[in-house]
Design a protein around this ligand. Sequence first.
Ligand SMILES: *[C@@H]1O[C@H](CO)[C@@H](O)[C@H](O)[C@H]1NC(C)=O
Ligand SMILES: *[C@@H]1O[C@H](CO)[C@@H](O)[C@H](O)[C@H]1NC(C)=O
Length: 417
Amino acid sequence: MFFSALLLASSAVASVRAAYPAGVVATGTQGTTNPPAPTMPTTINQKSMARLLSVNSIDDFCLFAPPTGPSNIADTETEEVAWCTLPRNNARVIPDGVITGVSFLKTDFYVQILGHGDFTKLTVAAGDAGGELDPHGAEGTGNPVGGNVTTTVADGTDLAIAEWMLYMSADQFCLRACYNANATYSAAAMCEHKLDVMGCEFVMPGTYHEAGTFETCDADVAYPPGWYPEVSGGTTSYSVFAQYFTGVYTGGNGQPTSYTVGDTITPAAPASTPSSSNCVTKATISNGIAGSLLTADAVGTAPPDGFSSSTPLTAPTATPSGGGAASSSSVAPAASSSASGASGALTTKKSTTANAGSTPAGPKSTASASSSGGATNPTGASAAFRGARVGFSNTGEFAGIALVSLVACVAAIGLLH
Ligand SMILES: *[C@@H]1O[C@H](CO)[C@@H](O)[C@H](O)[C@H]1NC(C)=O
Ligand SMILES: *[C@@H]1O[C@H](CO)[C@@H](O)[C@H](O)[C@H]1NC(C)=O
């Protein structure tokens, strides 16, 4: 019985999912600490080690943060755990008030959130400039290990996606979950995870607001992180910025070899900042769960009041503790302006040049795709592919940047011709 139900379920999923381009849907198993599938509601467990994020709406999403703390993200990237706005996925629950602003942007290729909050309440160390989390990592099993992401934004059902990235600091995060691809943009390119010192507004440009605004918008698709279009004779090609780093690789013969990868000139800005439209604002987001139930190490015995098994996935029934305004949303003027001005305040925290000695330059100062000819991967192994502290030069941890991007770019150019 159980097995045939499983088989039925998996074949139903397979037939629905066949529509997705290659590289979009996660095909492997869930991390060992995760439930087999996204689940709502689940019992409060603020000691949980589950690592399954769902990214569904402005008030139904999850983040990764340290299991104990205060800890810097970069020091704990393999062991982060899931914290969700709702009691789901056996994850820890983010108490009301922690998140102070959210821009939730839906595009044809990905869903993207930029948010503000006091993440010291999720055990991130005060002042931590942040780190980058993604499904790759040193072991190839994700940072954190066994971390997984689903979204309902693509088709209304839980879709396990292969490519995502989350930049998390003490007071800000940005998260992109990639659910589409075409011959120009692979999911891996659109969720490129190796520009880890470039910061949110470079890697995930969009129309964002200061803390205090909660907004859901449609948005145009950005160029993949680090890509710059060049139109010549009616044909578009792309140059690709590769983050600079140096390191030492010890080969099979035991001999250490130094290597250098990436561009010495760091671009000042992404190629463009996509506009948002059809924005809907909310006063705040809230799960209505009493803070006393969500203290460190709190463990419940049943889903919290207001969340029964019939609770709709994206609509908590509980009313907010402060103000009662969370459920009343208003439609903002459609089509807000492009973000070049709006994102100004976000540029200080994490924006940085990728290497000491580089000078911010115009967007076109990037590696050219043709430079990949004859190059070999200097890192050899994936051991150096760990995320790094956002905003800090952390030599040796930024490996593997240039070649994957360049190969993807060459492939894209080939397809365009
Ligand atoms: C879970 O994450 C691992 C590591 O990134 C990945 O190999 C696997 O496909 C993911 N599984 C699901 C169901 O998302
Ligand atoms: C892929 O999608 C992007 C964004 O919509 C578009 O500009 C590009 O032309 C598409 N590529 C192909 C091959 O359809």
